[in-house]
Design a protein around this ligand. Sequence first.
Ligand code: MTE
Length: 336
Amino acid sequence: MKRIRKESWLISENEVTPEPVFWNRRRVLAAGGGLIAAGAAAAVIRGRIPMGPMPAAAAIRAGGPGTVLDPQPLLNPKFADAGRMVTDEEINSTYNNFYEFGSHKKIAEASMALDTTGWTVAIDGMVETPFEIGMEDLLKQIDLEERIYRHRCVEAWSMVVPWIGFPLSKLMALAKPLSGAKYVRFETFHDPMVARGQRQHWYPWPYVEGVTMAEAENDLSLMVVGAYGKVLPQQFGAPMRLHLPWKYGFKSIKSIKKVTFTDERPVSFWEDLAVQEYGFWANVNPAVAHPRWSQAQERVLGTDKRVPTVRFNGYGAEVAHLYDGLEAEFADRLWR
Ligand code: MTE
């Protein structure tokens, strides 16, 4: 009898959403009523009532964070099943890392202070012509899709999130980088009046992250503008964040204001703060412990399970080739 190989990032059968339930949930999400009810419940948590359903770009313009999207962007079948239960929205929206609003997990309420109305993103550095673009204009030019990704934090917890967004490569196509560009650098807003965490002067604000051009072009690299069928709520990094599911979560920078193409390797927020603990690459690797704790296992939020962590968070088939020939690069940095 043929044995079915169990992927090592899968957790036991009863922890995975049964498929009919999952698809039923999708259908419920597609029906406005269920969404509004779900949205209203979430709004109680966030202290804000979202508006009714509306198309994606219009919702982002008029409704702001938390607005229900209808029609829902299509679920990309390639990323329809993360092999684990989607983390409950209530858990995900009340357990966040967003140091701009505090160095603890309960930043959801404080993050409501971030006004994303009229948000623009600057595209600069080694591009044909630098420009600044409003979210509304950007989303008129790019179709949205839904993808369900595993999300593994360097703190050894993980979630599964139904993101709405578009491949970073589509933004790169608009940016038209010059051939000499080697890295993409991302920068978060800087406004200590709004984000009290940014008054803590020992942090190197603004938050910065970076990837190589090859990493940025990889199909997995997602620019996120929504989650759980809604315009991205503030605590998730409204109005637009990155998600790189094969890297530790700190690479997935929130509330992006600037995207710069450069030939210099960017120094990230955490690398700047503690280079002995956080490196540029930050690919999920259970074999390399953080100096203060093991990365061999992860706590799956919303369950009572600890599961083995898997190299590249289980996305090796998509990304392992990006690092071929770079062994010397990693020899002293231990893939950090
Ligand atoms: N981006 C900004 N601007 N500020 C942050 O503090 N935290 C990072 C990342 N992006 C962070 C950020 C970390 S450590 C993680 S694990 C993820 O966001 C958390 O994303 P989540 O709150 O959606 O789970």
